[in-house]
Write a protein of this length. Sequence first.
Length: 250
Amino acid sequence: MIEASHLSKRYGDVVAVDDVSFTVERGEVVGFLGPNGAGKTTTMRMLTGFLPPTDGSAKIAGHDIFAEPLQARRAVGYLPEAPPLYPEMTVFSYVDYVARIKDVPRRERKQKVEQALERCGLADVARRVIGTLSKGYRQRTGLAQAIVHEPPVLILDEPTVGLDPIQIGEIRHLIADLASGGGDARHTVILSTHILPEVEAICRRVVMINQGRKTVDAPLSELTAGGHRLDELFARETARDTAPSEEASA
């Protein structure tokens, strides 16, 4: 469902992402793990078509993100680190607005919006103005806009950043529910984060990136077999290259 092939991004002499390849199969939940500045956000932006790669290609549900941008974007729901919310709109009107942009058919739109709000625990605040909501509910609204067109693929970039512990638990539970739904309700998910408990709580496979290069790609169960800990692996892999990253955006 997601295919990254030799993705690279350079800004002059600075290499932000360096020849990264991986795939995410249908129904998988993959943690895209790395320290701050590793190149995670840049990779997410290339996968979603918001940023062209210097080299390489990406496909979403079989559609090349640049050769077939409309088909690829219809197949993906994207939650960036800072959700693109309009604080003066109500929750319902904003998600309805995104549904229009995503070409949800008019006869189905109200139902799809209500379903997205229900799945994200927003039905009780549907008529509230977004600017009056807590950050946790704003994050839920960001997730609702990502799933309103029922995409098979979800790309989530640091979905719990800045939340308090209760909100983090709620959002993790919501993401796990979205990934484990039955039939068409189940999403293929790639979750970008530097928070190790997030990966352990939600993901079944880990792709690790450091200094713009992929260093690990394996099932979580394999990485933690024999009592090994994910934090020890993370520390070992990130210590291999001690030169500071020059990529400020990820």
